[in-house]
Design a protein around this ligand. Structure first.
Ligand SMILES: Cc1cc2nc3c(=O)[nH]c(=O)nc-3n(C[C@H](O)[C@H](O)[C@H](O)COP(=O)(O)OP(=O)(O)OC[C@H]3O[C@@H](n4cnc5c(N)ncnc54)[C@H](O)[C@@H]3O)c2cc1C
Length: 449
């Protein structure tokens, strides 16, 4: 098998490292990778930092191990290889009336990546994360054995692998449950709100009526505009609710249209002024209204902009995603936002949403509020994120490993206190020599000592 030397990063293009990349096309080639050194598995590289980067061994991409294995049309249970993507599933199953039960904000994510990060969507507070719909998976572990894992079989490895950032083995296959839908459209309700108080009360007010909810926050606005936001709520639409025109469109083959960010925009072009203008225009133009949206536009707006990650400059971007317990939610979000606004914001994209309870060891979600923000990598940004870490820790929260590129070992271990130790016992049982490792793992100390 060929190993290619490539400079790799995650979606944030920061940090970068020169890696030996392999593209195994079957179990025998994954085994070959393991014989050649330490390994981290990689899907489509949509994690933001260095979770699927390993500059001290091999990066094994799952992308050509991407076959559907079986599908039961009565239960919606799909078995597929780990390199199958959300896009593959949507393209194949939406027209048959099935949809992923949990989806992140991009469809360019593999099932292996979704499981290893235990991804969540806009419905987490109601329906849980990806692992809630995983029935079982097959994994190749450090000894070269292949194990089937479920809540009943090898349960410790099951729970260490969901949210385990690829550090327990190479996931070969996943068996997941899809949800039944009757149309590709969603009812989308936008509610324009003036501040955080209005947002928190609207989350509660609409909770019973909508499955999906997320708020876009303007994190540049200050003074009387501070905290303004637009709450976006949604439900899958029954085909009987659609207008005749949309019913006809729903029956046609769906064609995606994309625009592209052709080169990296220097941050001097995309400065505080331009972001303020963009946010102003977006907020002012928005109306509180209800309409129908195709699932592609509703769930994956960023996928319409090819190379979205070029928008912030050559030096890349950091996505900072925190989760704070429910009781402390508003207070902590307020403190974080004030700090970001005071430092000049600099982010188009800031979203706040509710999270529900979640099983798992290193899985990110728990009942509370999650806020994610993009920051261009520039002077002072890491120091600001460290200050945000202190607020998060102070309120019993944590940040999301799949988005992370800057967390240090001490802070990680405080944020995941009691959990990382439990996870490490299982890691040592299945991978005592630390064959599966990554730059992220070494940075935050997720390695047996
Ligand atoms: C625009 C955008 C929006 C996003 N929105 C959300 C969101 O709403 N919610 C959310 O939770 N996440 C979100 N994400 C993050 C993304 O869903 C996760 O980072 C996901 O894990 C990426 O999957 P991937 O296939 O690209 O894997 P990679 O980024 O390549 O890898 C991610 C992790 O999975 C591991 N992995 C990959 N394949 C395997 C395998 N076969 N076996 C074992 N481990 C494996 C890697 O080692 C790594 O630790 C978003 C990302 C982007 C770019």
């Amino acid at each position: 098998m060929k190993f290619e030397e490539i400079e790799l990063s995650g979606f944030g293009k920061y940090p970068k490292a020169l890696c030996k990349v392999a593209r195994p096309n079957g179990i025998h080639e994954v085994l070959e990778c393991l014989k050649s050194g330490s390994v981290i598995s990689r899907g489509l590289g949509r994690s933001y930092g260095d979770a699927s980067v390993n500059d001290s061994g091999i990066v094994a991409e799952s992308l050509i191990m991407n076959k559907f294995i079986s599908f039961d049309d009565s239960s919606g249970i799909l078995r597929c290889e780990a390199g199958v993507t959300y896009k593959d599933i949507l393209d194949t199953f939406v027209s048959r009336g099935w949809f992923p039960a949990v989806t992140p904000g991009t469809k360019y994510v593999t099932m292996g990546g979704a499981l290893a990060s235990d991804v969540h969507g806009k419905n987490h507070h109601k329906e849980g994360s990806f692992s809630s719909y995983v029935i079982s998976f097959k994994i190749l572990i450090a000894s070269g054995e292949i194990l089937e894992c479920s809540r009943e079989q090898n349960a410790d490895l099951f729970w260490a692998t969901v949210g385990g950032m690829g550090l327990t083995g190479f996931i070969l296959e996943t068996e997941i449950r899809l949800k039944k839908i009757s149309s590709p459209y969603l009812v989308n309700k936008a509610v324009k709100l003036k501040n955080l108080d209005e947002l928190f009360s609207n989350f509660e007010e609409h909770d019973a009526d909508y499955l999906y909810s997320v708020a876009w926050m303007d994190i540049v606005a200050s003074g009387s505009k501070y905290g303004r936001n637009i709450l976006l709520l949604g439900n899958h639409c029954e085909s009987t609710e659609l207008t005749e025109k949309l019913r006809r469109k729903a029956a046609e083959k769906y064609v995606e249209k994309k625009i592209s960010v052709p080169f990296e925009i220097p941050f001097t072009t995309l400065n505080k002024l331009s972001i303020t203008l963009f946010n102003n225009a977006y907020y002012m133009k928005a109306r509180s209204k209800t309409d129908f949206q195709h699932y592609d536009k509703y769930f994956y707006p960023l996928d319409f902009i090819l190379n979205w990650n070029h928008i912030y400059s050559k030096s890349g971007l950091i996505q900072y995603q925190l989760n704070i317990p429910e009781e402390a939610g508003k207070d902590a979000v307020d403190k974080v936002l004030k700090k970001v606004v005071a430092s000049g914001g600099g982010s188009f994209l800031a979203v706040l949403k509710k999270m529900g309870d979640q099983d798992g060891i290193l899985s990110f979600p728990f009942k509370g509020y999650t806020l994610s923000m993009d920051f261009p990598v520039k002077k002072g940004i890491i120091e600001m994120c460290r200050e945000l870490d202190a607020i998060v820790l102070d309120h019993g929260g944590r940040t999301y490993l799949t988005k992370d590129s800057i967390l240090d070992e001490k802070t990680f271990k405080q944020m995941y206190n009691g959990l990382w130790e439990k996870w490490m016992d299982i890691k040592i049982k299945y991978d005592p020599e630390n064959k599966f490792t990554s730059n992220l793992a070494r940075r935050i100390g997720l390695c047996p000592s």
